[in-house]
Design a protein around this ligand. Structure first.
Ligand code: SF4
Length: 430
């Protein structure tokens, strides 16, 4: 595999080394920021132009072009609070946690870049309460660098409950504004999110760190490692049927099979779940596809939040889909019909298929439930489950057919390759 050879997010962290502030500056160089308010406007415009050149897209899952998002906020000239999302509620994702643990200053640099571009006085960093390693590293980093230079910027860390949907943008802002960590209903997206009387500008931790690289090296240098319209390196978390699960930094556009090889897959991949438990299953034909939005689109996939879960011939695809759907049903915020009624019904259908019980045409009921749930949640949680189930049923169609005919598939009873922690259950939302 071609090693990324430009600006790198995990530079200097080999072997699990955490960069303190002096090591961070020695590794990445000092961060260029506007000297005073008079320079801020032109500097922010140039920054947005450089981000446009870089081809950076959001690394939190949405994949939206960062130049358009930040450019719109800069043009809006609203009083703004910057929010850095290190929640990573997806259990199969570890990349933001690894970044926070080993290169926390790159996240804090990116937060300063955003604050300067938006003339913000406050940065709030949200880390899940059950992630003490990331929280401790970021707290130490804040202490190591002292308060940001001369602009009266206040940076603080908040710890919302560690739940799947608590990192959703509106849930995060609601919690930071004193509410609970459930998504807030937004009938017309994109909605304006506020903390107190200020607009909230929310950015994912890895995207924020990438901004610190672009501010230093410029858009062209960053884009040189990418593929087609998407630039840079990205962090991926590989798990499932592999000998060496973990987080790797790869150039965008690296073939999916080469990325998976970094974690030493066991057996022959039969399906890959991309993006997380609300992501997309692709078949083995995707192994030669460039890992990027453009490269994965022809096979129906997308990088999402950089999650790659590998399944091989020892896994029962139907049973694994059923396990994920059941877990996701228990992680809803319990405030919309598709989550409260639809996801448990869907999980029950899948459990029956997994058990080979097809009384009353369970497959018809399953597809009816998928159709009813799709597009009806206040947030993207139920749609993510529908996407995962639909694509999984397609990729593992032979397993599905065997189960619907009441035959045991060849891998029935195999242990799960998934990482599914205990559900948050009655854990408080505040
Ligand atoms: S769709 Fe589900 S997770 Fe999203 S707000 Fe509604 S109940 Fe909560």
């Amino acid at each position: 595999m071609t090693e990324p050879n430009g600006p790198r997010l995990l530079a200097g962290t080999a072997g699990g080394h955490r960069l303190d502030f002096a090591e961070h500056v020695a590794t990445h160089g000092s961060l260029p920021l506007p000297a005073d308010r008079r320079e801020s406007g032109p500097w922010a415009k140039d920054l947005v132009a450089q981000i446009g050149l870089s081809g950076l897209i959001g690394r939190g899952g949405g994949g939206f072009p960062t130049a358009i998002k930040l450019g719109g906020a800069v043009e809006g000239r609203h009083r703004t609070t910057v929010v850095i999302d290190v929640m990573e509620g997806e259990p199969a994702a570890q990349k933001d946690s690894v970044l926070a643990a080993f290169s926390p200053h790159l996240i804090l640099d990116g937060a300063e870049v955003l604050a300067a571009a938006l003339s913000a006085k406050e940065v709030k960093i949200a880390v899940a309460a059950d992630n003490p390693a990331a929280k401790g590293s970021l707290e130490a980093a804040l202490a190591e660098r002292g308060q940001p230079r001369g602009r009266g910027l206040d940076m603080s860390i908040g710890t919302p409950p560690g739940r799947y949907v608590a990192g959703e943008e509106s849930a995060l802002v609601h919690w930071l504004d004193g509410g609970d960590s459930r998504p807030t209903y937004r009938p017309s997206k994109p909605a304006v999110l506020t903390i107190g009387r200020r607009r909230a500008y929310v950015e994912n931790a890895e995207t924020t760190a990438a901004l610190a690289l672009i501010a230093r090296h410029g858009g062209a240098a960053y884009a040189a490692q990418g593929w087609e319209r998407t630039g840079g390196t990205a962090l991926v978390t590989i798990s499932g049927a592999v000998d060496s699960p973990g987080v790797h930094e790869v150039a965008v556009g690296t073939p999916l099979g080469q990325i998976i090889a970094l974690s030493q897959p066991t057996g022959t991949p039969t399906g890959i779940l991309l993006g997380g438990y609300g992501g997309t299953f692709v078949g083995p034909e995707a192994l030669t596809s460039p890992w990027s939005p453009e490269g994965l689109r022809p096979v129906g996939g997308a990088p999402g939040a950089g999650v790659i879960i590998v399944f091989n011939e020892s896994s029962c695809g139907v049973t694994e889909i059923s396990r994920i759907a059941d877990w996701m049903a228990r992680e809803s915020a319990g405030q919309c019909g598709p989550c409260v009624f639809g996801l448990p019904a869907l999980a029950e259908d899948l459990a029956l298929v997994a058990l080979g019980r097809n009384k009353g045409r369970i497959d018809v009921r399953l597809h009816a439930h998928l159709d009813i749930i799709a597009g009806r949640g206040a947030c993207a949680h139920p749609d993510g489950v529908v996407r995962m189930v639909r694509t999984g049923l397609s990729v593992f169609r032979k397993d599905v057919a065997a189960h619907l005919e009441g035959r045991r598939c060849s891998c029935a009873g195999a242990p799960s390759v998934l990482t599914l922690p205990d559900n948050a259950g009655e854990l408080a939302w505040r």
